[in-house]
Ligand binder design. Structure first.
Ligand code: UDP
Length: 294
């Protein structure tokens, strides 16, 4: 039996508000069948366990098809941007897989009575995907400054024997040049580390020309993987406070994103919870809405 909110592939329609049309690549894709488990700001998200996502990842990677399937990891900042820019929200909706990243999303999801099953933070997720590869994967690294990108390529090759870095390109080169290099590399996996909203826009705009199996937007991942920026200590990460650490390290760049953005996100998440529940087909008055847990 199909779960509530699941894609209706046979009927060629997505759930209300999913933004799916007959032209959406996800519709004819046998692998891209994630459920719409929770809506935030009208955007549907899958809420898989790690094992469920790994199953999707393996299927997409072993498939012969090169559909450049997009994986979006959305945090409070991503969703604030989507709230302010409907075109960016449409870009996020066009991805095959949208996953939750961070404590802000967890709180918003709790307001919709959905507990997130796993935190899909790119800086933890990508190394985990690489460690668990059961066959070699050809990977292209796109993003960050040239020296950071080069250092990341070396670190990845040292740390993950199953990963073959088949190409790399700084995030400050012209996108057309990046697209050409990616095409020529014949990579299976493309990591796009340009930050929000640039990376998702790039993934959506050039997907038909990229010729990879999977592309994942992963923000500042290369800054951390290369070691040029310190990662928050584990106890801080476990408490969902990595954002506070990043604010401390880079206050000038991050204050607007976090000091202004976090309360704005929580207010928006609370105000939009009823319309999001309605999109999920749940009667708001029948559900006990959890107040925000701060
Ligand atoms: N970046 C890039 N090209 C650009 C803008 C940014 O390659 O035109 C890189 C930047 O060097 C950094 C990453 O994108 O490595 C963005 O990092 P940020 O910390 O903003 O991302 P987050 O992890 O917060 O999503």
């Amino acid at each position: 039996m199909q779960r509530k909110g699941a894609w209706n592939i046979a009927g060629l329609t997505g759930p209300p508000g999913s933004g799916l049309s007959l032209m959406d690549p996800a519709l004819s894709d046998p692998i891209a069948t994630p459920r719409n488990d929770v809506y935030v700001f009208g955007i549907p998200f899958w809420n898989p366990t790690l094992a469920e996502f790994l199953e999707w990842w393996r299927a997409a990677l072993t498939s012969e098809e090169r559909r450049s399937r997009c994986v979006v990891l959305a945090n409070a900042h991503t969703l604030n941007l989507a709230c302010e820019d409907p075109e960016y929200a449409a870009v996020l909706r066009s991805a095959e897989v949208r996953l939750n990243d961070g404590v802000g999303f967890r709180i918003a999801s709790g307001m919709r009575s959905v507990g997130v099953k796993h935190n899909f933070n790119g800086t933890d997720l990508i190394p985990l995907l690489f460690e668990r590869l059961d066959r070699p994967a050809r990977v292209f690294l796109y993003g960050a400054k040239e020296e950071v990108n080069a250092l990341t390529a070396r670190r990845v090759a040292e740390r993950f024997p199953a990963v073959e870095v088949v190409g790399r390109c700084s995030g400050y080169e012209h996108p057309e040049s990046a697209v050409e290099q990616i095409r020529r590399s014949n990579a299976d996996v493309l990591l796009v580390a340009l930050g929000n909203p640039k990376q998702e826009r790039f993934m959506a705009r050039y997907r038909d020309r990229l010729n990879v199996k999977i592309q994942i937007g992963c923000g500042g991942l290369f800054d951390f993987l290369s070691g040029v920026k310190p990662r928050a200590p584990l106890p801080i990460r476990r408490r969902g406070l990595e954002w506070a650490f990043r604010l401390m390290i880079e206050p000038r760049r991050m204050w607007r994103r976090y000091v202004v953005g976090n309360p704005v996100f929580l207010a928006r998440a609370w105000l939009s919870r009823k319309s999001d529940l309605a999109l999920a087909g749940i009667q708001p008055e029948r559900r006990r809405l959890s107040p925000p847990v701060l």
